[in-house]
Each structure stands twice: as structure tokens, then as C-alpha cells.
Design a binder for this molecule. Structure first.
Ligand SMILES: Cc1cc2nc3c(=O)[nH]c(=O)nc-3n(C[C@H](O)[C@H](O)[C@H](O)COP(=O)(O)O)c2cc1C
Length: 165
């Protein structure tokens, strides 16, 4: 099984979640690539079986240039590279992977706080990628850290995504 995990992260919380998902998914993947969106490929390999995409929730949805600029005013080390929103908008998909999953980090558990994972699923549809699994991981404040137990949950989610159905 070949797995690609792509994430955007401003303070490192989504990166930490992505790393744990990779550890979990790595147990049953023969080939696993984990990369920040700045280093993500511009097209998907036809051999890819599982794509997992994650981002922080900003203003109820995926980060935008202006929400990243706002994060910068709060001290985030924001790379001046495209984020997940821009990556998905131009991604070349010749042959979609069998399974696509999306996750986000956000400040609360209520649906009121929005979900970047849902926005990833909507954006992915435009590239003929159909998200079958989503997960949200909670931070205790804008800059983090993650709530207790979230990294364990991320590991288990990654493992479950690669388990035979
Ligand atoms: C500009 C901005 C807008 C945000 N909007 C939301 C929001 O609508 N809902 C929410 O739950 N969290 C919101 N947050 C909190 C982020 O989700 C949080 O910073 C993120 O999960 C941290 O992950 P990171 O360290 O990977 O960037 C916002 C943060 C910023 C900087």
C-alpha cells in the first residue's frame, strides 16, 4: 500500500497530528510519504492508494492568504508558500487513489467552530477526489498545544485508515 500525507501547519499542531497519523498508517503502508504542503507533489502518482490531507481550521474553513497573514500578526512562522487550499486547486489527478481522507485541527469540538476537513472534502471533489473519512483534532488555544489524548487518537486514526476493510 502506498500512502501520501500532506499537511499545512502554522504553529506545528497540525504537523504533530500528521506525524502521528503517519506513524499509525506506516504500520501497514509499504511506501509512506509525509510532507508539508510546500514540498507536496503537484500531481498524484497513479500508484497511490491512500491520500490524507490536513490543515488547521481558519475562520470556519481552510486557511486563506489573509487568515495566514492574521496568524503572522500573532507570531506564527507562516511559510510564504501555497497552503492546502492552493495546492488542491491546481493538483493534477490522473488516476484517483482508492481512498482519500481529510483531517483538521481546531479550537473546539462544537460544529460552530467550523471544520477545515469539510472544506478539504469540498475542494477535493473538484479534483475528482472523494473524501470518505474525516477527523478533527482539538487544540487548547489558537497556538496550541493539542488537547491531551489527541496524538494517540491521531495514531489510531492513521492505523485504521490503512487497515483492510
Ligand atoms: C486567523 C485564524 C482563524 C481561526 N479560526 C478558527 C475557527 O474558525 N475555528 C476554530 O476552531 N479555530 C480557529 N482558529 C484556531 C486554529 O484552528 C488553530 O490555530 C490551529 O488548529 C493550530 O494549528 P497549527 O499549529 O497547525 O497552525 C483560527 C486561527 C487563526 C490564526
Amino acid at each position: 500500500m502506498e500512502t501520501l500525507i500532506v499537511y499545512e501547519s502554522l504553529w506545528g499542531n497540525t504537523r504533530q497530528v500528521a506525524e502521528e497519523i503517519a506513524r499509525g498508517a506506516g504500520e501497514l503502508s509499504d511506501v509512506l510519504t509525509l510532507c508539508a504542503v510546500a514540498d507536496a507533489p503537484s500531481s498524484l502518482a497513479p500508484s497511490l492508494d491512500l491520500l490524507i490531507v490536513g490543515a488547521p481550521t481558519h475562520a470556519f474553513t481552510l486557511p486563506t492568504p489573509s487568515s495566514r497573514a492574521e496568524a503572522r500578526t500573532h507570531g506564527a512562522a507562516v511559510p510564504h508558500a501555497p497552503g492546502v487550499r492552493e495546492w488542491l486547486a491546481t493538483l493534477v489527478v490522473e488516476s484517483p487513489p482508492a481512498r482519500v481522507a481529510a483531517f483538521d485541527t481546531r479550537q473546539g469540538r462544537s460544529f460552530i467552530v467550523g471544520s477545515a476537513a469539510k472544506s478539504i472534502a469540498r475542494a477535493a471533489k473538484h479534483r475528482a477526489l472523494f473524501v470518505s473519512d474525516t477527523a478533527d483534532f482539538v487544540v487548547t488555544s489558537r497556538e496550541g498545544p493539542l488537547e491531551q489524548g489527541e496524538l494517540e487518537r491521531a495514531y489510531a486514526w492513521g492505523r485504521a485508515l490503512t487497515a483492510p476493510r
